[in-house]
Design a protein around this ligand. Structure first.
Ligand code: MLT
Length: 407
């Protein structure tokens, strides 16, 4: 008799954003004359930068000629893209990351979800709350947790992000082996200072732990004092893996391209205490289970590192940040305490009410979709997240509708 992986039975019935989409679709079907504005899932709305479109066209033409046609590419990504990333995203910020420490992939969601496979199943996890649900759910699937009791899985040290700590958790008192951090944060939009990140790097060194640092939103940082990469902190090469994505930087949510940095200096240990290269393990996993991102997509991603590409992506991000400013200011005017939106595309709103009720109220009375904070964890209760990814017109209409509904 075929048996299931029973860890899956510990999960909530559906993934957060699938659950929200179902509720919204039900509402839309019942109210076809009421157009809904979606500020829930962080999905971009503006077209790809022109440099990316030109690169896509040119690369597609190359695929039409025998002389320039490409079959399988390197699983880790083409050198032209890995070298551009190493140069522009790291060397330019003073971080020594070599091109061969970069693994190009089809998304940070996949990488953040898959990376845990190379570590033991009995390690001690530290995961923020609220949190991007992929970090938790993939560890539940892998069997690293116990049951969900009162909204929390046994076996996880939850790093609480609350108004009291400015939504940036400190290192825990006890030991952890695998630590997830995300800055600028999804869902709160909070950023971590150099000193806060340095404390995490020191903690990881002390406990021989690994930090999984999700910086998918780094391009939204405008405060010059805030680090964009964990590798801006001395010693981080020995303790951290970093995830980056072109999704929110250049509008690639539908195009799919991201990368993960696994420094060669990063080591993990087997049961006998012998040291292993995490880079070698991830390379083994990646080459076994992944065949690389399509050549035209990698060409489009590389195009953002040209002068024109930098200018176009900055304009795109500035556009969403302007939306974020409008949202934060409108919600503040309505009397809510908010964070995020200044160095991130998300605004985290302390509603002081049940977050699913607030979600339903915005959907029913304003036809605006947000994300209920409780969906991101226990500490998300009492909050909602509003995303800045939409057209200016839709953001302005949504804010006017919210103001009218909450008056
Ligand atoms: C979000 O809304 O949190 C993100 O868009 C989800 C994702 O990037 O997978």
């Amino acid at each position: 008799m075929i048996r299931i992986n029973e860890n899956y039975t510990k999960l909530k019935a559906s993934y957060l954003f699938a659950d929200i989409a179902r509720r919204v679709n039900t509402y839309v079907a019942a109210h076809p004359s009421k157009p809904v504005i979606r500020l829930g899932i962080g999905d971009v709305t503006e077209p790809l930068p022109p440099v990316c479109i030109e690169a896509l066209h040119a690369a597609t033409d190359e695929m039409s000629q025998r002389a320039t046609f490409k079959g399988y590419g390197p699983e880790q990504g083409y050198a032209f893209l890995r070298e551009a990333i190493a140069q522009h995203d790291y060397a330019a910020r003073g971080c020594a990351i070599a091109a061969d420490e970069i693994f190009v992939s089809d998304g940070s969601k996949c990488d953040c979800g898959n990376i845990q496979e190379i570590f033991s199943t009995d390690l001690r996890l530290a995961i923020p709350d609220p949190v991007y649900p992929v970090y938790v759910d993939t560890n539940v699937m892998a069997g690293r947790t116990g049951a969900n009791v009162d909204g929390r899985y046994q076996g996880i040290t939850y790093l609480e992000s609350t108004p009291a700590n400015g939504y940036v958790p400190s290192v825990p008192a006890g030991a952890a082996d695998l630590i997830y951090l995300c800055f600028p944060n999804n869902p709160t939009g909070a950023v971590a200072t150099r000193a806060q990140l340095a404390a995490w790097v020191a903690y990881a060194k002390q406990h021989k732990a690994v930090i999984l640092f999700d910086s998918a939103y780094e391009a939204y940082i405008r405060d010059p004092e805030i680090p964009h990469s964990i590798y801006e902190i001395e010693g981080a090469h020995e303790v951290a893996i970093e995830f980056r994505s072109f999704s929110k930087t250049a509008g690639f949510t539908g195009t799919r391209c991201a990368y993960t940095v696994v420094p060669k200096a990063l080591k993990a240990f087997d049961a006998a205490g012998a040291e292993h290269s995490v880079h070698a393990l991830w390379n083994r996993r990646h080459t076994t289970k992944f065949n690389g991102v399509a050549y035209p997509i990698q060409k489009a991603a590389a195009a953002i590192y040209t002068a024109a590409g930098q200018q176009q992506t900055t304009a795109l991000i500035n556009f969403y940040l302007e939306n974020a400013k409008l949202i934060r200011s409108a919600m503040t005017k309505l009397g809510f305490a908010c964070i995020g939106g200044d160095n991130a595309p998300y605004i985290w709103i302390n509603t002081g009410r049940d977050s699913w009720e607030f979600f339903d109220r915005l959907l029913n009375e304003a036809q605006v979709v947000c994300t209920p904070g409780a969906g991101f964890g226990k500490c998300g209760e009492g909050h909602v997240r509003i995303s800045a990814f939409n057209s200016r017109e839709n953001v302005e209409t949504a804010l006017a509708r919210i103001a009218a509904a909450l008056k």
